[in-house]
Ligand binder design. Sequence first.
Ligand code: ATP
Length: 251
Amino acid sequence: MVIEVKNITKNFGGISALKDVSFSINKGEIFGLIGPNGAGKTTMFNMITNIYEPTSGEIIFQGENITGIKPYKITEKGICRTYQNIRLFSQMSTLHNVMVGGHSQSHSGVFSSVFRTKAQRKEEQLLIERSEELLELVGLLEHKDTIAENLAYGQQRRLEIARALASNPSLLLLDEPAAGMNEKETDSLYDLIKTVQSRGITVLIIEHDMPLVMKLCDRITVLNFGEKLAEGTPEEIQNNEAVIEAYLGKE
Ligand code: ATP
């Protein structure tokens, strides 16, 4: 088991964004988190990465209780995420965006002083090589010098994934990675996520593109009004009456 989400409740003032939600994800799985708008999906990512602290409940990651620890420490422990709205350094090159993602793994830093020791230069060279490898993985190596904002939309989304991978996560959280993508971009996203999985990385994905979710995920949890409505394989979820009623029938 990579992560156990145990009885998470999150209240924002009078709003209950999550109510006693539990699920666990096995190593190497692609696990989907789906449900209507406002169901609490992004709030769950914010619980796991501790952008907000849960009102109650616990998050256990690789056997360790990580509830309430600082977000940067959670990244160091091996959880990394992308966001619903693209958050790149838009004026920086594609390569530098990935290098910044790998920065927490590097002690010399990407943009530190020009007076570097030999060891620091070597470390930076390794960071460049590793970032280039990730760009190759996401199909962007030929664009490594392109300024991020000049990339096509689907490329920017893939760059976000490369940047998240740069910190060497064992669990990758993807928040609506296919949003705004055309069919071809979605197909290449599917291939990319499968490749990530084949490298032993566990994936938790929030996504509204149901054909993609059903093709990609090993298991799925459905949220509705902050509560867990169902959990199962794509086939079980597609045939679940309550899920059809609350969500799938309305897509
Ligand atoms: P979508 O599919 O539209 O992204 P979602 O399932 O990700 O929706 P959340 O964004 O988690 O839903 O929101 C769940 C509920 O919590 C909503 O009612 C939302 O307004 C509320 N909420 C989320 N974050 C906050 C916050 N920081 N302050 C107050 N309310 C919040």
